[in-house]
Design a protein around this ligand. Structure first.
Ligand SMILES: Cc1cc2nc3c(=O)[nH]c(=O)nc-3n(C[C@H](O)[C@H](O)[C@H](O)COP(=O)(O)OP(=O)(O)OC[C@H]3O[C@@H](n4cnc5c(N)ncnc54)[C@H](O)[C@@H]3O)c2cc1C
Length: 98
């Protein structure tokens, strides 16, 4: 979505990157870390009091031990975790930002 159109204080449509225009009386912002940018497109950024910022965390994607089917495990005191990933991988990460 590259634009949000509105009239009379109401959303009327969204415009996609290829120029397609989709009429929409309601637009749900589910853009995760990009949600602030979408609020700006809709012209509601100034009214939105919850801030969003990017945060860098180190995560390694490694091969899981053969046959690994374990749960996600986290040590919140140390701020580390690992969990299985599709394709026999394992995500090993930290929860503290840089
Ligand atoms: C490495 C890693 C591991 C994780 N592991 C776990 C886990 O094990 N368990 C867990 O619960 N959570 C995990 N998370 C967190 C989880 O991924 C997020 O909490 C979740 O994806 C948030 O979902 P969301 O739908 O809010 O946002 P997102 O998944 O970020 O989705 C937002 C979507 O909006 C789209 N978008 C952005 N801007 C636009 C635009 N202008 N127009 C159209 N589309 C747009 C993006 O392309 C994206 O697809 C992990 C995150 C990371 C990075």
């Amino acid at each position: 979505m590259t634009a949000v159109e509105s009239a009379g204080g109401r959303v009327t449509a969204v415009v996609l990157a290829d120029g397609t225009r989709i009429s929409a009386p309601v637009v749900v912002n589910a853009a995760g870390p990009w949600s602030g940018r979408l609020n700006e497109l809709a012209g509601v950024g100034a009214d939105f009091t919850v801030g969003v910022r990017s945060m860098r965390q180190e995560v390694a994607h490694v091969l899981a031990p053969e046959g690994y089917r374990g749960p996600a495990v986290a040590d919140v005191d140390l701020g580390t975790y690992f969990r299985g990933e599709v394709g026999g991988g394992l995500l090993v990460g930290g929860t503290d930002p840089d």
